[in-house]
Design a protein. Structure first.
Length: 239
């Protein structure tokens, strides 16, 4: 377990570094632009202080992105050690696990509480939002497990295409929740198109982070064959 934890942590650090750059170069400027669009009077403050403040905020948020990647990578390593035998896909097991993590940590909660857009007003108290977020993380985990189990059972009997269709059923149910769930975010001064673009930018960043963790995790051991080699060595030790 210690070895997979180390691999996951290193993979998370690498992916987190890339994600930190994404936050710095893409997400932070987008956020600042939306904030200025919603509060045009923010440009009226002269002097160097706003520049220093924005730079400090950018550095802190980018560093937070790196730490977030390390945290996810460590959790990925532990989860891979625990659940690797049950994951389908042979050489794609890491990506299946990354998809399950993305569903659990991000997609599940976002079906009810989408990424907050600068300038939008939250209609729920912070404590309630946290409770809903945690509950939807559990829902996302259940959907991920149900999708993996459905694929495994159906594909073993009727082939991979049927298995993929079965795996998509829980995902479609989660998508239906996103469509039917009421909005818990009030309208801000940012246009609807910009709000949608901002949310998809956040989604893209998180999806890319998980994909980079899975890719780096596999490459750290020379690819997916390392798992097979390790298992063979354990099962048949040298005399």
């Amino acid at each position: 377990m210690l070895q997979t934890l180390k691999r996951g942590t290193v993979a998370g650090a690498v992916a987190g570094g890339v994600y930190g750059l994404f936050v710095w170069l893409v997400l932070n400027p987008f956020t600042a632009a939306l904030e200025h669009a919603g509060h045009g009077h923010a440009h009226d403050h002269g002097g160097a202080e706003p520049v220093v403040s924005e730079l400090t905020t950018a550095v802190v948020s980018a560093g937070g992105g790196v730490l977030w990647g390390i945290l996810l990578g460590a959790g990925f390593g532990v989860a891979y050690f625990l659940f690797e035998p049950a994951l389908p896909g042979e050489d794609l097991k890491g990506y299946v696990l990354a998809g399950a993590g993305f569903l659990t940590v991000s997609v599940g909660p976002w079906t009810v509480l989408p990424p907050a857009v600068p300038g939008a007003e939250a209609l729920l108290a912070t404590e309630l939002r946290i409770a809903i977020y945690g509950a939807m993380m559990a829902v996302g985990a259940v959907v991920a497990v149900a999708s993996v189990l459905a694929y495994g059972r159906v594909s073993s009997r009727r082939g991979r295409p049927a298995g993929l269709v079965a795996a998509a059923v829980p995902l479609a149910a989660l998508a239906a929740v996103a469509v039917l769930a009421p909005s818990f975010v009030g309208g801000g001064e940012v246009g609807a198109e910009l709000a949608v673009a901002y949310r998809w930018t956040v989604v893209f960043g998180q999806a890319g982070l998980w994909a980079l963790i899975a890719t780096t995790f596999a490459r750290l051991e020379g690819g997916p064959d390392a798992t097979i080699t390790t298992s063979s060595t354990t099962a048949y030790p040298a005399d």
